[in-house]
Design a protein around this ligand. Sequence first.
Ligand code: UD1
Ligand code: UDP
Length: 381
Amino acid sequence: MIKKILIVFGTRPEAIKMAPLIKEFKKYSEFDVKVCVTAQHRQMLDQVLEMFDIVPDYDLDIMQAGQDLYDLTSRILLKMRDVLDEFKPDIVFVHGDTTTASIASLAAFYKQIKVAHVEAGLRTGDIYSPFPEEINRQLVGIIASYHFAPTNLSKQNLIKENKSPENIVVTGNTVIDALFLLLERMQKDNALKDKILTSLNAKYDTSRGKKIILVTGHRRENFGDGFINICEALKTIAIKNPNVDIVYPVHLNPNVQEPVKKILSGIGNVRLIAPLEYGEFVYLMSMAYFIITDSGGIQEEAPSLGKPVLVMRNITERPEAIEAGSVKLVGVDKKNIVSQAQILLDYDEIYQKMSQSRSPYGDGKASIKIVEFIKNLRSER
Ligand code: UD1
Ligand code: UDP
């Protein structure tokens, strides 16, 4: 029987999406659950750990400024060896498609420890987009024994790759668990809600009364020309629409900081701010008119909040929200980003269609389904 569970993650989105699962596992004394953070991210990870009261049992503290994929890969692999030797888990949980996820799975495989993959089965079919995430998740898919797929489509992707159906569970995405957990806490606890709003206001004054376009961007395949186009597009939208504030919490990656600050500093209605804590970000999403992003997680959260999203990618592994009508792919072409944003600002009918609240990524019970599956695992599968 599976008893010793090691949950490994390293970046902001993985922390948000693993937090509800940790909480769920910890309800059951039959499990010995330990949390290992690689700290592939540092500040952006710590913000989430604090928000969800998670104190890691192992902190590999590997982040270096401007790290590349070789730095990440080698540092995670070596440090994971020591953690696995010490804790000797029965199963290692990883999430999604980061280098933490792929290398922690490889480390577990080298010791013939089973791997469970949360957010399994997302695919674009293009190994360079998103890069290196498409290969990271395929690697985890090859190694993992258990696959927790957010949607039926992701399950079908895994079946096409000959994974055995009895080891694939469609759960919804745990990001919806995290979102609902937070919204519920804010609804019940006015003091918490006020605290979040006060700290958000210190970074962006929400009482300015402007329409808010919330922006994030960080994908490696967009570095260079892609980011320059994105920033030029945002600049044009800001200048054309003085009644709108573009609020952009800028990812700490130097490849993002540099072009964003160079092109967008000094424009009155473009507000460049530090990455927001999760509570602040959800609050701001709920106030935003629409969102422009290349983020994976935000594509999943925004439809539940009824917020239209323009996705700055040419291809996505999350087509469900496009089919549901909340998300549009706009690529990284300057003209297209500007014209699609202007359509949302100018045509109420189109805006209204995209801003219906929908939930293609689940009902907030993904973590319960995952833990149930593990509790019921009796035989060696
Ligand atoms: C990583 C993941 C990506 C995920 C993204 C979420 C990989 C290869 N990439 O990309 O899949 O979508 O996180 O945000 O796994 N930095 C800080 N402080 C932080 C975080 C980052 O200073 O808290 C800076 C550092 O200079 C660091 C750099 O950002 O070297 C890049 O971080 P890294 O995790 O390598 O790449 P991301 O682009 O964040
Ligand atoms: N997020 C946050 N603060 C921010 C920007 C994003 O807490 O300033 C949250 C967002 O709600 C989502 C996650 O971070 O849950 C997305 O992270 P990111 O875009 O960095 O990674 P991706 O999802 O693309 O892997």
